[in-house]
Each structure stands twice: as structure tokens, then as C-alpha cells.
Design a binder for this molecule. Structure first.
Ligand code: ZN
Ligand code: ZN
Length: 277
């Protein structure tokens, strides 16, 4: 099987080690392709984005590794980009092979305040408070912003689509059976199917202990298959030890839903490759 990962954070942003240690781990585990996706610089002090002044060195480092390891593995240089009012469009920046588009935070239009979607529980509750405690308003604002990103600045890959459930274990804030929630997700999938973006199956929330299934939930992936939306398996790793965390379980789940392929960048083209073992 093609083992690949396009979602990885290193020392350049909020990951742990040098990029090369991820490549060494990927080669040992017989990966065919590995992509780096540092959090693109933003004008907020988020604590997790790459600094603007490190951008050129990031590109250079990834390109240098691509050349050094070209006989063992294909390496691509990506960015995980944030969508917010006035954000930079990184998609055609020199040296960038692909983008993973995310909505990690909302911006309060009146105060300009930064409101995390997938922060810790305390941050989640602060954001919910800014919606007057109305979880439906929060859910609509999140998925509405994802749809706006897809329409205005469609990335190659949509990051952790339902990351708003990160703090929702035991349905602490909402049920995924809730009609408002389901409609927001379905409306978003309709836009995704028009834009030809890939939905990533992201195991990073499991490796970091927040959730016990990949993003997005199984029922969302079933809808993706029905709507012919392509998927790819990513670990959203922050350490070389977790580059393939939960991959075998995620691929097994995808096969049980009926997926036979994932879409990846290979030989510089987006291709469907087998998910079969
Ligand atoms: Zn993310
Ligand atoms: Zn990430």
C-alpha cells in the first residue's frame, strides 16, 4: 500500500524536531511520499504559527531534503493555512506545492478578538461565551467560515473538517445528530464537492488524546463517498514518532465504508492511489 502523509509540523512551527528527523522516520516506515505543512505565518500571536522570517528557510530546508532523499522518498512542501478576514493567499507562493486550508479561529467582527475553535476547553468556552452561549450560532459561524474559505480561496486539502468537536467528547456541547449541526456539515460538503478539494482523514486528534476517532466523523466520510469527494489519510503529526499514528485503523475504517482509493500528490500530480492493504 502507498503510505503517505501530507500533514506534518516540525520545529519551524509548533512541532518538535528538525524536518530531517521526520524524513528519516518516514523512510524507515517505507513511506512513498511525505509532505510538510507548517502553519503559515499570521499577524496574530497564536503560539503555533511559523514566524514570517522563517518562511524562506522553511522552503529551503524542505527543498534541500527533497533533493537529498530523492532516491528513497518523494518530499513536498506545503502549508497549513488559516482563513480569516484579510488573510494572505499562500497558494501560489514560490516553493509551495500545496495548501491545507483550516479554520482554527474566528475573528469577532466588532472587537477584532481572536476566538479559537480548537483550543483547550477553557478557550472553547470563551469562544462559546462570545456567541452568548449559543452553540448553534458557534457551529454556524465555524462551518460558514469554512464554506467562505472554499468559495474564496479553495485549498488543495480541507483540514480536520469537524475539528469543532475536539472538546465535545460525551456530547458535552452538542449532538452530531442535531439537525442544525448535520445541515451545516451537509451544506459544507456540497461546496466541497463543487470545488474538488480533498477532505483529509486526520488522526492527529487521537494521537494527542482529544478524540477517539479521526476527523471527520464516520457519517461525514460516508457522505463524502456518496458525493464522490476525494479523501486522503493524514497524521497531522507534531513529532517523528507519530507520522503514521492510527493509519492502519483509519484505512481499515475507510475500506469498511467503501473507499478504495485516496487522492495524493505523487510524481507532481494529484492521483488516486489504492487504499487496499
Ligand atoms: Zn490544524
Ligand atoms: Zn496541523
Amino acid at each position: 500500500m502507498f503510505i503517505t502523509n501530507f500533514h506534518a509540523h516540525s520545529r519551524f512551527d509548533d512541532g518538535r524536531e528538525d524536518p530531517e528527523s521526520y524524513i528519516k522516520a518516514a523512510v524507515l516506515k517505507n513511506f512513498k511520499v511525505f509532505g510538510f505543512s507548517a502553519h503559515a505565518p499570521i499577524p496574530y500571536d497564536s503560539g503555533w504559527n511559523m514566524k514570517e522570517e522563517d518562511f524562506d528557510l522553511y522552503i529551503h530546508t524542505s527543498r534541500m531534503l527533497k533533493e537529498k532523499y530523492k532516491d528513497s522518498i518523494q518530499i513536498y512542501t506545503g502549508l497549513e493555512t488559516d482563513f480569516f478576514p484579510g488573510c494572505t493567499d499562500w497558494r501560489n507562493k514560490r516553493g509551495i506545492d500545496y495548501t491545507i486550508g483550516a479554520v482554527h479561529f474566528l475573528v469577532n467582527e466588532e472587537t477584532g478578538a481572536f476566538m479559537p475553535v480548537d483550543g483547550n476547553r477553557h478557550e472553547f468556552e470563551e469562544t462559546l461565551r462570545s456567541f452568548g452561549g449559543d452553540i448553534h450560532a458557534f457551529i454556524r459561524a465555524y462551518y460558514g467560515k469554512v464554506r467562505e474559505m472554499l468559495l474564496k480561496m479553495p485549498p488543495n486539502i480541507v483540514a480536520h473538517l469537524d475539528v469543532i468537536r475536539k472538546n465535545n467528547s460525551n456530547n458535552a456541547y452538542f449532538s452530531e445528530d442535531d439537525e442544525v449541526y448535520r445541515n451545516e456539515v451537509y451544506n459544507t460538503l456540497e461546496i466541497i464537492s463543487l470545488t474538488h478539494c480533498i477532505v483529509e482523514v486526520n488522526t492527529g486528534g487521537i494521537s494527542r488524546g482529544y478524540v477517539n476517532t479521526p476527523y471527520p466523523s464516520r457519517w461525514i466520510l460516508e457522505a463524502c463517498l456518496d458525493m464522490d469527494i476525494p479523501i486522503m489519510v493524514n497524521s497531522d503529526t507534531h513529532h517523528p514518532d507519530t507520522i503514521d499514528f492510527y493509519f492502519s485503523e483509519a484505512c481499515e475504517m475507510l475500506r469498511s465504508i467503501g473507499f478504495r482509493h485516496q487522492r495524493i500528490l505523487y510524481d507532481d500530480e494529484w492521483r488516486d492511489v489504492s487504499l487496499m492493504p
